[in-house]
Ligand binder design. Structure first.
Ligand code: CAA
Ligand code: FAD
Length: 382
């Protein structure tokens, strides 16, 4: 056991912290209020290597390990969660699956621009009628005589859908086979047959643009299949294992920001002639916030470490995501309470942390789905 980070890990944490503090934190309120997409900030993150942290340098990434990814995500999310959502999709949901399952030509064609932050990637699994029950998808890819696929159907809640250049898409090629009838495709959004819906107004992570996308006779060429036909669901699940480490890190970042603001406030705010931090009821909240924050951080680093060792980490990623997202929600709630009226005001970022924290319990598998994954792994039962 070694609880120290390496020099490289500390370096990327430092790079992320600097950009987070100098560029992202000062603009977070603006992007939250307007819901504009923060393209300029995303380019800066890309130039610093933060849009493809685990992507090898030969494909335009920083070539770092999963622990570095966790550390960088925490810093960015602490400044603004929406930026970290965009970052997590480029890093884990888009690049990861292509690096693991893609051909050399696919890696060359799709990964570089996304890892460098010049283009934005998306991941499309969810549909209007199927979110948690992902194998109930209806989007269909019918193989044609010439080997190409004709894709028709809708995907909903697609993060970065309004701006994405490429999409990793999951579609049914053989409905009779259920999970084994799903295939992954690499989609070019500039091509005919791809349509974007309106950007969804949301409670939080408002600068992360989300929309429905639709395929109407979109033609995918044989070389645009990711992995093999029928392997799509396993690819999606494997990608989400890694993605959940990213969302856990995002939750930790939001929680840390709420916690740090609270620590400062309880020292300075006075009531009944004393700093509110001297009241035992406040102290108990501070202690519980700190315990949850540290537990979430250690569990997330464990999952990332396992991934870096090349070991299976499905359950550990779910444990990390469940613990961190529920910690973030609880800590943001307590932080608003401890700030009293100021916690409810838009003059301070506490209400934004509270709104942003909620999404971490929903996307990349709800808390109920994480519990299902963990319990199945523990009991061996289904
Ligand atoms: N890795 C590899 N393979 C896996 C796997 C994993 N983690 N989990 C399951 N599989 C395989 C199984 O071994 C099985 O393979 P066989 O057919 O060979 O036996 C196959 O996949 C089907 O598995 P299950 O029977 O367990 O599937 P299920 O229908 O019971 O579903 C589930 C399991 C965990 C509930 C899954 O559907 C799930 O994770 N649902 C949540 C969906 C989700 O997280 N969506 C996120 C969308 S992206 C997003 O949200 C992005 C964002 O916000 C930014
Ligand atoms: P449902 O699956 O309908 O679930 C409704 C409720 O039932 C939930 O509380 C759920 O936990 C519960 N439930 C369902 N099944 C079970 C069960 N077996 N046991 C116990 N409880 C259960 N998807 C993408 O593919 N790509 C993206 O980029 C993406 N980005 C998103 C961004 C945002 C802002 C949001 C809100 C969603 C995004 N999603 C994306 C979709 C997201 O992954 C789904 O919303 C999520 O997986 C839940 O699916 P659902 O909304 O259909 O809820």
């Amino acid at each position: 056991m070694d609880f120290r980070f390496t020099e490289e890990q500390l370096m990327i944490q430092d790079v992320a912290r600097r950009i987070a503090q100098e560029k992202i934190a000062p603009s977070a309120e603006h992007f939250d209020r307007t819901g504009e997409f923060p393209l300029d900030n995303i380019r800066t993150l890309g130039e610093a290597g933060l849009m493809g942290i685990e992507v090898p340098a030969e494909y335009g990434g920083a070539g770092m390990d999963p622990v570095s990814y966790v550390l960088a995500m925490i810093e960015i999310a602490a400044a603004d969660a929406a930026h970290s959502t965009i970052m997590s999709v480029n890093n884990s949901l888009f690049c990861n699956g292509i690096l693991t399952h893609g051909t050399e030509a696919q890696k060359q064609q799709y990964v570089r621009a996304i890892a460098e932050g010049r283009e934005i990637g998306a991941f499309a699994l969810t549909e209007p009628q199927s979110g948690s029950d992902a194998t109930a998808m209806r989007c269909k890819a019918a193989r044609q005589a010439d080997g190409s696929y004709l894709i028709n159907g809708k995907k909903s809640w697609i993060t970065s859908g309004p701006v994405a250049k490429y999409v990793v898409l999951f579609a049914m090629t053989d409905p009779e086979k259920g999970a084994r009838g799903i295939t992954a495709f690499l989609v070019d959004t500039a091509r005919e047959g791809f349509h974007r819906g309106k950007t969804e107004p949301k409670l939080g992570i408002r600068a992360s643009a989300t929309c429905e996308i639709e395929f109407a006779d979109y033609v995918a060429r044989p070389e645009e299949v990711l992995g093999r036909e029928g392997e799509g669901f396993k690819i999606a699940m494997g990608v989400l294992d890694a993605g959940r480490i990213g969302i856990a890190s995002q939750a930790i970042g939001i929680a840390r920001a709420a916690y740090d603001a609270t620590l400062a406030y309880v020292r300075e705010r006075k009531a009944f002639g004393a700093p509110i931090g001297t009241f035992q009821m406040t102290q108990a909240k501070i202690a519980d916030m700190k315990c949850k924050l540290d537990a979430a951080t250690l569990l997330t680093l464990r999952a990332a470490w396992l991934k870096g060792q090349g070991q299976r980490f499905t359950a550990e990623a779910s444990i990390a995501k469940l613990t961190a997202s529920e910690a973030a929600m609880w800590i943001a709630h307590q932080a608003v309470q401890i700030h009293g009226g100021m916690g409810y005001s838009k003059e301070m970022p506490l209400e934004r942390y509270f709104r942003d924290a909620k999404i971490t319990e929903i996307y990349e598998g709800t808390s109920e789905i994480q519990r299902l994954v963990i319990a199945r792994s523990e009991t061996g039962l289904r």
